[in-house]
Design a binder for this molecule. Structure first.
Ligand code: ADP
Ligand code: MG
Length: 305
């Protein structure tokens, strides 16, 4: 394995995205694993940061979540530099791993001055070397999430469209607004991504309409979300997306021709517009597939709570 320093190409602009929703199980980790995989396959130098002590992203990418100290813990506590802590996960894809030790970081840092900006400062020397950085946030609005929001310029909010989808949404936005006002004036909500979407359930469409109406009404106000939109491509419920993590594989390694792979390619194309021609042509399959839904039992199941 080569050193990150040696094999990272210089790039002029680095997009740092926090993937955040304080609810668990909405699709954050799946989104980070698979969007970053599309970009890495498209020759974009991509870094993913696992900031969830549950280490689901680390495990999803087939890395060791038992290593102690974990990458994220080392960086937050100053035990190692980020350059030392990164591991190469795939071609063009680097990982700052997580582990259960990250649970302790919040309390260990409680008296640390500038504790919200440790990750931002750590990422500074890497900004020229990566095209994209994704931060997979824990399901909370504590210090780990504040570090993600202080470091990022964009927030991507995955939502699972069930009947409590918008509960807590206001608090999430207020947290983003506070970070924007106090520590990160560049922070913006980029988009809301509907995950585990069931196009036949009227509830899915209702939640989508509610969010679109809310965002529309926010356009006139100067808020970090006044430029946000709902991604017009949804991630459909797909059993392959649920299976891939247990093999330590992205969806493109596990089942590259399933709906889940098509949807994530299409979302990457919409959000970043830089995916490889091969990946882009596959994304058009969503339209064809949508025409002949439903396909399998998992995708016709009602939304789980
Ligand atoms: P979060 O990171 O927000 O907690 P995850 O990405 O881990 O959410 O997703 C929660 C669970 O749902 C995981 O078991 C994951 O494999 C599964 N999952 C995610 N997206 C889909 C999808 N589109 N269809 C089916 N299962 C999914
Ligand atoms: Mg997660």
């Amino acid at each position: 394995m080569s050193s990150p320093e040696a094999s990272l190409r210089q790039s002029s602009s680095c997009r740092i995205l926090a993937v955040l929703n304080q609810k668990g199980g909405v699709g954050k980790t799946t989104t980070v694993a698979n969007l970053s995989a599309v970009l890495a396959q498209s020759a974009k130098r991509t870094l993913v940061i696992d900031l969830d002590p549950q280490a689901h992203l680390t495990i999803h990418l087939g890395a060791d979540a038992e290593t102690s100290p974990s990458g994220s813990y080392s960086v937050l506590t100053g035990a190692r530099s980020i350059q030392e802590a990164l591991i190469q996960s795939r071609p063009n894809l680097w990982l700052l791993s997580s582990g259960i030790d990250l649970v302790g970081a919040e309390t260990e840092l409680v008296n640390e001055v500038g504790r919200e900006t440790i990750l931002r400062n750590a990422l500074e020397p890497l900004r020229e070397r990566f095209d994209y950085v994704f931060i997979d946030c824990p399901p909370s609005l504590g210090l780990l999430t504040l570090n993600a929001l202080a470091a990022a310029a964009e927030v991507l909010i995955p939502i699972q469209p069930h009947f409590l989808a918008l509960q807590g949404f206001g608090r999430l936005l207020q947290t983003i607004r506070l970070v924007n006002q106090r520590i990160n004036p560049a922070l913006r909500v980029k988009a809301i991504l509907m995950c585990m979407y069931d196009s036949r359930a009227s509830l899915s469409a209702e939640v989508k309409n509610d969010i679109e109406r809310f965002l529309e009404s926010a356009r006139q106000n100067r808020t970090p979300w006044s430029g946000a939109s709902v991604v017009p491509v949804q991630i459909r419920r797909n059993i392959k997306l649920a299976e891939a993590p247990s093999y330590g594989k992205t969806i493109f390694e596990y089942e590259p021709s399933c709906h889940g792979a098509d949807d994530y390619r299409a979302v990457a194309q919409y959000l970043f517009g830089e995916i490889s021609p091969q990946a882009a042509s596959a994304s058009t399959q969503q339209d064809k597939a949508a025409a002949c839904e439903p396909t399998d039992a998992a995708e016709t199941a009602p939304d789980r709570m």
